[in-house]
Design a protein around this ligand. Structure first.
Ligand SMILES: Nc1ncnc2c1ncn2[C@@H]1O[C@H](COP(=O)(O)OP(=O)(O)O)[C@@H](O)[C@H]1O
Ligand SMILES: Cc1cn([C@H]2C[C@H](O)[C@@H](COP(=O)(O)O)O2)c(=O)[nH]c1=O
Ligand SMILES: [Zn+2]
Length: 203
């Protein structure tokens, strides 16, 4: 019996499907997205990558990982634009999906129904541990969900959430290591309790 370490069927059989890669910040979502999209390109599939126009952290027109791997992308203002730019495409990649409007769910279903392989990467939760934007609905409609984990910077366990280390209560705050750290459940709970105590002692 021959056992392949990689399932190659998605690169060879052109059936529509939805794949979600989710997790906290620094968990490797963008690297995994780039890896799948580059393999699809090697398989001579027509690939298009989208990201929300608000995400200008590293580059305006590229998807870039924390380790500086990158791939050209098209920044779009709304999920509807993805449909407009996706004719004659085999594989659609979407990064930072948490920032898109709820219309992204129908857009992904529509693309998959047309036979497109859709690969979505996004934060499952915001800094408060609340499911982020269209991500829970995307996980629900996906054919396959991959949850990836960063390493908790306090104890070395698997991280589950992105802890915000600066005082700002807005849900959307672009940032990196200066603003966020990946923590496990236990270290996150301790960090939040300490913040509450510090706030109480200041008021
Ligand atoms: N605490 C951490 N745990 C795991 N990886 C980390 C951590 N801090 C930095 N990294 C780096 O981040 C990379 C993942 O980056 P990226 O794919 O952009 O993540 P994401 O898109 O999930 O934020 C890892 O390969 C690693 O080099
Ligand atoms: C938790 C959290 C994150 N963000 C921002 C911070 C970054 O700019 C992106 C996530 O990028 P990554 O590729 O997953 O590292 O989202 C935010 O705006 N609000 C949050 O609660
Ligand atoms: Zn921890």
């Amino acid at each position: 019996m021959v056992v392949f370490s990689e399932d190659h069927t998605h690169e060879t059989c052109r059936r529509g499907r939805i794949e979600v890669v989710c997790g906290s910040m620094f968990s490797g979502k963008t690297e995994e997205l780039i890896r799948r999209l580059k393999r699809a390109t090697f398989a001579r599939q027509r690939v298009e990558i989208f990201k929300p126009a608000i995400d200008t952290r590293y580059s305006e027109a590229e998807v870039v990982s924390h380790d500086n791997n990158s791939i050209p992308s098209t920044p779009v203002d709304s999920s509807a634009s993805i449909l407009l730019f996706s004719s004659e495409i085999d594989v659609v990649g979407i990064d930072e999906a948490q920032f898109f409007d709820d219309g992204l769910v129908n857009v992904c279903n529509e693309l998959a129904d047309r036979g497109v392989r859709v690969i979505i990467a996004g934060l499952d939760m915001d800094f408060k541990g609340v499911p982020f934007g269209p991500m829970p609905a995307l996980c629900a409609i996906a054919d396959e969900v991959t949850k990836v984990h960063a390493i908790c910077v306090k104890c070395g366990d698997l991280a589950y959430v992105s802890h915000r280390t600066v005082a700002n209560d807005k849900r959307v705050l672009l940032g990196e290591k200066e603003e966020y750290e990946p923590l496990c459940r236990c270290c996150y709970r301790k960090a939040v309790e300490e913040e509450k105590k510090a706030q109480a002692s200041h008021s």
